[in-house]
Design a protein around this ligand. Structure first.
Ligand code: SAM
Ligand code: SF4
Length: 321
């Protein structure tokens, strides 16, 4: 369906849990809170996806928190896959559980996967995420590739003074591999002084990231690009995506609606407008559908982050990025 500004909404980002086993400082500056409400069950998730499909939403991305912490993740994937008409079912993960889950996820019907990877240095990676997991995540990435969860994407949040010296090395991963490495501008999360100071110190605009890669060439149309602007290195098998929520927002082309693990539909990552689906999710598709419509119609024309507005603290992992 279309929102009030004529944008077609065809993409649902569904957070499966608020919990996470990593502690990325830019995601939940105050630390991850223990989830206060149980996440949507498999049946509730299926009702939300069926309602979304009725509105023309055929692409679903599972996120979190860390979606692979859900013990019923394979059941969830199978349930969504059973909804005829869903064309693309993808997942964003920190990769910690991917080594053992990549093949079962592919067998259950997952189409493709995005793994977050902010550094190629084991110790630096551990410092960012709060646990020594680089080797494990790297094996998870290989497993995803072997399982055919393609095109495989890697998300890199660029942090000035932390990983900006790795831009070239991360980009070069795509020379020999058919992956897409996506450089993402840091978004402000939380309004307290410490969070604001973190953002001011670490934010690096994408134009500076691109200055590290003078040999970039624009790439043609690439499947599943979303808001990324896509380039490649000369002769590379893979591509590079650049995502600029701050320096050049892509609100005019926004095609998404978000549902949190607690069942709140959010019309924008920045702001609380939307609708609470929870009371209706157990009543089935016809009860959920009008609430999703209401959330879609509450989509703002554009976000105001970078002005007075940040993603509310502890919300990134609740909403799913
Ligand atoms: N746990 C999974 C992961 O890390 O991939 C999925 C959830 S995470 C919230 C989804 C994406 O949001 C990740 O790629 C993460 O790097 C990104 N993200 C989190 N906080 C961010 C921030 N403040 N600015 C930009 N991207 C952020
Ligand atoms: Fe966890 Fe992902 Fe947030 Fe990192 S970005 S803390 S892995 S939810």
């Amino acid at each position: 369906m279309q929102d009030r500004f004529g944008r077609t909404i065809n993409y649902l980002r569904l957070a499966l849990t608020e919990a996470c086993n990593f502690r990325c400082p830019y995601c939940a500056p105050g630390g991850h809170s223990t989830p206060s409400a149980s996440p949507l069950s498999v049946g509730e998730i299926e009702a939300v996806v069926r309602a979304a499909l009725n509105l023309g939403i055929m692409h679903v991305r599972l996120t979190g928190g860390e979606p692979l912490l859900r013990r019923d993740i394979l059941e969830i994937v199978r349930a969504i896959r059973s909804v005829e008409g869903i064309q693309d079912l993808s997942l964003t993960t920190n990769g910690f559980f991917l080594e053992e889950l990549a093949h079962p996820l592919a067998d259950a019907g997952l189409t493709r996967v995005t793994v977050s990877l902010d550094s190629l240095h084991r110790e630096r990676f551990a410092e960012i995420v709060g646990t020594d997991a680089f080797d494990r995540v790297w094996r998870g990435i290989q497993a995803a590739e072997q399982a055919g969860l393609a095109p495989l994407k890697l998300n890199v949040v660029v942090l000035r003074g932390i990983n900006d010296d790795e831009i070239s090395d991360l980009a070069r991963l795509t020379v020999a591999r058919p992956w897409q490495v996506r450089f993402i501008e840091l978004m402000p999360v939380g309004n307290d002084p410490a969070a604001q100071e973190y953002f001011a110190r670490r934010f690096m605009p994408i134009r500076e990231v691109q200055a590290h890669l003078p040999e970039l060439e624009p790439a043609g149309a690439v499947r599943g690009n979303g808001p990324a602007r896509v380039y490649h290195l000369p002769g590379a098998r893979g591509t590079l995506g650049f995502i600029t929520p701050m320096s050049d927002h892509f609100c005019a082309a926004c095609n998404r609606i978000r549902v949190t693990a607690r069942g709140e539909a959010r019309s924008c990552l920045f702001g609380e407008a939307g609708a609470n689906l929870r009371p209706s999710t157990s009543e089935g598709v016809t009860a959920v559908e009008p609430l999703l419509v209401r959330a879609i119609l509450s989509k703002p024309e554009r976000h105001s982050a970078g002005g007075t507005c940040a993603v509310e603290a502890a919300a990134m992992s609740a909403i799913g990025g």
